[in-house]
Design a protein around this ligand. Sequence first.
Ligand SMILES: [Zn+2]
Length: 298
Amino acid sequence: MGFRAMVCHRFSKLVLLSAAFISLVVNAAPWPDGAKIAVTLTFDLDAETIWWNDADTMTGNPGSLSYGTYGPKVAVPKILALLEKHDVRATFFIPSWVAEQYPDAVRSIAAAGHEIGAHGVRHVSPLQLTPEQEAATFSESVRVLDRIAGKRPVGYRAPSWAVSNATLKLAARAGFLYSSNMMDADDPYIHNDPPGLVELPVSWVLDDAPYFWFDEDSWNKTIHSAASVKAIWQEEFEAAYHGSGYLNLTMHPQIIGRPARLLMLDEFIGWMKRHEGVWLTTGSAVAVYVRGQQGRSP
Ligand SMILES: [Zn+2]
């Protein structure tokens, strides 16, 4: 895996991994105010970009595309109301094409105090782009989100978590503070290459899509009940609460925004908040904190 510096918060140590797997405990770093766990609720607002048959022409089946429309049109206002009810700030990763199509939705998200992160332009996988094309998407998405949301994004989630060999370096070069794409850790950590880029790791088990995203082409995906997913996420929370101390949920408004699923999310957030020492916050808040812990003495 090469040399990499990782700041592991819950276990209060800085572990330096080399080819010889030498580790060194140098730091004590609990979450702010003695919190036992940091939880980030993230929403990838993909809108119609997932259902295009052709991203260049942006054409597709109107019925399928309407599922994407459900996100900004129906789900976002309900999600914002739910987050407001719980007084929780979340993170929305938004392709810049979506921001241009639905500027009012983006402004309402920003106005409510939530973070807006970058998520490509038209949700094209970076694996399909040359480094030059990928660099151009970083530039365009930052420029558009800055203009519409009134703030430059500092967090980057690649479309479909599809990270190319160039992605992380390009993200750092574009000035991003953190990435939320990798599955090689439970805790946030700091990349050694590119140096300083914070990673907020993700996991399929903490994503709504594997459970709820029906595949209309193959019909080979089963839709799960909201209750069964709540049980899984509660298990994950309990394990993280007593273990790693970090939970990063990836959700999609067009998926989690269905009425019964939002009811589940409402109950799940309320249930988490009843635990002592839960820091429900944005990705940028966690990343800033993690970056601030780098190199601190015990
Ligand atoms: Zn997406």
